[in-house]
Structure formats: structure tokens, C-alpha cells
Design a protein around this ligand. Structure first.
Ligand code: SF4
Length: 279
């Protein structure tokens, strides 16, 4: 067994929160640059140029890419040969608190979702997903996510008889809401599993690189088809019209019950924030 102090986790989370909020995902920046030439709308082009300029300023001035610095999603791949010394959840939340304090990042979490809605004051709690994997390391991925894209997310238990066409229709309907989530977006789609797991599949889909394709050829073809169809909706950069609404569609699928076809759609806005480290 390899002993790892949760103090190391706290430091990693703090650094990753600051990095993710200030440095646009390099593959997303590259995809925005690459698609600029395909945008026909002058307004759309101008917006994409502003997004690129904004990303540069965020790095040079060490400022957040967007004022909505999000809630903090944390994905942990915990090696089975790791012996953690300390409380993992406390360590992660401490890292979030330190980053949002020291980086002057907006604290957006409210304790009670329906009545008082008072701010927790330190942007905790983080939303943590832990998967155990072979090995003696911890991989930490941090994705701060703003309210705009979160509110555009959709989850539905589709009729099994609807099949792939029902999935396509559901994703395209959800994509109509992308206008409110600062496009160009990345579309994450979860298909299968259960009611509670399908949203997580969609979120995990967002973690994939823009350039990759689903290893399953049928799902890869579906990703490509949906990308083309979403970009024909005319939503465009910032929702002001144009060709470039989405940079990529990523699908994650999992086994499900014989009577079920769960589907979920979520988005990363142009301020796609993600950073990872291995301890
Ligand atoms: S959707 Fe993204 S870019 Fe738009 S306000 Fe929210 S975090 Fe910022």
C-alpha cells in the first residue's frame, strides 16, 4: 500500500480550481480557433475572436475566464493500493475553499436550495465522484461548471420503442436550449444505466478530448450526425446566429434495464474549465 496524506489532495484541489478557472482547456481553445474560418456570421466571428482574446487575457492577468466560476465538480480515480491518511471529502472541500478565497473567485453555492438560499460563503460543498481503479495513484479531475449550462441540462426516461430516433430527437430538443449556455458548447450525452447514473454519464462525456471519437463505431457515427444537425440549428456563437453552435458531441453509453432507455444531455459552455493532476 502507498500512503498518501489528504493534505496533498487539498493542495492539488486548490491548484486545480485556480488553474481551471484561469486557463481555458487547450483543446477547446484550439477547436474555437480552428472553427473560426467556418463561421459565416460576422457577429459570430467577432464573438469567437472575443472568446479567444478573453482566454488570453485570463492567462496573462490571472483572472477567471468567466464571472460565473461555478460549482466544483470533482472526479477522483482512487487506486486500490492507496491508503489515504485523512478524510477525503473534508480535504477536497478545504482545497475548494482555499482556492475560491485566495483567487477571489465568485462563491456561488447556496446551502438551502428552496427556502433561504443563503450562500455557504466558501463555494463548498464540491460534488465528488469516486471510482476505484487498479494502482497506487490518485487521479483528480476538477470541472468548475457555471449555472447557465447546468440549467440547460436535460434528463428523460425515453420509451424503449423510440430507439435511436427518440435519442436523437431528445438531444436536438435539448440543444435548442444551448442558446442560453454561451455557445459554442460541447454537448455531453449519457445513454443507458439508471435514472441516477445517466446524468453522470453525460458529465463524464464532457471530460473527453474534443478530438477523440467514441470507440464504438455506431456511437461515433451518432456523435458526428448530432454535431452536424446541432450546427444546422442556426444558434451560433453566444446564441446570436451562425453555424458554430457546438464544437463536439460526446456520448457515453452503459447497460440498462430491459424496460428502460434513460438519456441525459448536459453542456460545457465556451468557458470549458477542466484541470487534472495525478498524485
Ligand atoms: S454559461 Fe459559461 S460562459 Fe456563460 S455565464 Fe455561465 S459559465 Fe460563463
Amino acid at each position: 500500500m502507498r500512503e498518501i496524506s489528504t493534505l496533498e489532495v487539498t493542495k492539488a484541489i486548490k491548484d486545480l480550481c485556480l488553474q481551471a478557472n484561469r486557463v481555458l482547456r487547450p483543446d477547446v481553445l484550439e477547436a474555437i480557433r480552428a472553427s473560426l474560418g467556418f463561421e459565416v456570421s460576422p457577429t459570430g466571428k467577432e464573438i469567437m475572436e472575443q472568446i479567444i482574446k478573453n482566454a488570453g487575457l485570463a492567462v496573462s492577468e490571472q483572472l477567471p475566464i468567466c464571472q460565473d466560476t461555478g460549482y466544483v465538480g470533482v472526479f477522483i480515480e482512487l487506486g486500490q493500493d492507496v491508503l489515504l491518511k485523512g478524510d477525503l471529502t473534508l480535504a477536497i472541500n478545504e482545497g475548494v475553499k482555499e482556492a475560491y478565497d485566495e483567487g477571489y473567485l465568485r462563491k456561488s453555492m447556496v446551502a438551502c436550495p428552496i427556502f433561504e438560499r443563503e450562500n455557504t460563503g466558501d463555494n463548498t460543498p464540491a460534488f465528488i465522484t469516486v471510482d476505484t481503479v487498479p494502482g497506487d495513484k490518485i487521479k483528480i479531475t476538477v470541472i468548475p461548471k457555471g449555472g447557465g449550462t447546468e440549467n440547460a441540462s436535460r434528463l428523460q426516461m425515453l420509451p424503449v420503442s423510440g430507439g435511436v430516433e427518440a435519442v436523437k430527437e431528445f438531444v436536438l430538443e435539448a440543444a435548442e436550449g444551448a442558446a442560453k449556455s454561451c455557445p459554442p458548447v460541447i454537448v455531453g450525452v449519457g445513454i443507458g444505466a439508471s435514472f441516477d447514473k445517466v446524468g453522470l454519464l453525460a458529465k463524464k462525456a464532457l471530460l473527453r478530448s474534443i478530438a477523440d471519437s467514441n470507440p464504438d463505431p455506431e456511437l461515433a457515427a451518432l456523435e458526428n450526425e448530432l454535431l452536424v444537425r446541432i450546427n444546422k440549428l442556426g444558434i451560433g456563437p453566444a446564441g446570436l446566429g451562425g453555424r458554430i453552435t457546438a464544437l463536439a458531441v460526446k456520448i457515453e453509453a452503459a447497460p440498462t434495464h430491459i424496460a428502460c432507455l434513460p438519456a441525459a444531455v448536459t453542456f460545457n459552455c465556451h468557458a470549458a474549465r477542466q484541470a487534472e493532476a495525478i498524485i
